[in-house]
Design a protein around this ligand. Structure first.
Ligand SMILES: Nc1ncnc2c1ncn2[C@@H]1O[C@H](COP(=O)(O)OP(=O)(O)OP(=O)(O)O)[C@@H](O)[C@H]1O
Ligand SMILES: [Mg+2]
Length: 248
């Protein structure tokens, strides 16, 4: 039996007594390419942080490649929704990605680290700009650099929280091209509000709004996906067909 990238059972989490995630049962297979969709405040970032071991659930079990998430940190790459990053900081592309190989204060970067940075920059087609100051990159180029930083440890699970927020349609196309190259090497999960775009590119969709409303292949839910996106409200007011929106 192959190990699942992520396995979540009966996960619940509260903030200030308010239930944010309610009895989530969810898994990611080793080579899944999955999008998580859902309205603002639906708990998408919270779910990702639980997988990353940055938040501890109140109830339920979470395993990442069979391990406690905190012990699986080296297996995951993460692109946060908002980067606390000073874009005018005087640092170049190469150095920005190298930070993703940080081993601790007293350890120097090795030759292997340098090679990994070049490989990651090649993967995102940014190797030619490796000496460019990051303050002189476009938004889409910057995004690529941060994706390179997220993959520079060669993760088995890549987690991206709204990676296309500042990407134009042309860049979006090359983003998905990049993803199709990476998806042979790792499981990928991304959060997006662009339901149309993700549904034509990813293999699986999860629809989250406190509860998990759909979790499965795109083809089953392709019809009326826009409605699926607003699932919780639509579900109550219009009654989306059971086939499309079975509560998980
Ligand atoms: N640290 C926190 N303390 C208290 N409440 C929080 C905290 N983090 C998130 N929340 C709340 O939990 C809910 C889910 O937030 P989350 O960031 O997971 O939503 P999201 O689906 O990622 O939304 P968006 O699409 O806007 O990014 C929101 O109501 C948010 O206000
Ligand atoms: Mg979020």
């Amino acid at each position: 039996m192959t190990l699942k990238a992520v396995e979540i059972n009966h996960l619940s989490i509260k903030f200030n007594e308010q239930l944010i995630l309610n009895d989530i049962n969810f898994s990611i297979e080793e080579k899944d390419f999955m999008a998580i969709i859902g309205p603002n405040g639906g708990g998408k970032t919270t779910l990702l942080k639980v997988i990353l071991g940055l938040l501890t659930p109140d109830e339920g079990k979470v395993k990442v490649f069979g391990k406690d998430p905190k012990k699986a940190k080296d297996l995951m790459g993460y692109l946060p929704q908002r980067l606390d990053f000073d874009h005018d900081f005087p640092i170049n592309v190469f150095e920005t990605v190298l930070m993703g190989r940080y081993h601790g204060l007293l350890k120097k970067y090795s030759n292997q680290d340098h090679k990994a940075v070049i490989q990651a920059l090649k993967d995102v087609e940014m190797d030619e700009l490796k000496d460019r100051q990051i303050s002189k990159l476009s938004g889409g180029q910057m995004q690529r650099v941060f994706i390179a930083r997220a993959i520079v440890r060669d993760p088995k699970l890549l987690i991206m929280d709204e990676p296309m927020a500042s990407i134009d349609p042309e860049m979006q196309h090359s983003f998905y091209e990049l993803m199709s190259r990476l998806k042979n090497k790792m499981a990928i999960v991304l959060v997006s509000h662009d339901v149309g775009a993700v549904s034509t590119h990813v293999d699986k969709i999860a629809c989250l709004n406190q509860k998990l409303y759909y979790h499965g292949p795109v083809e089953d839910s392709a019809e009326g996906l826009e409605e699926v996106y607003h699932c919780p409200i639509e579900l109550i007011s219009h009654g989306i067909p059971h086939r499309v929106l079975k509560e998980h």
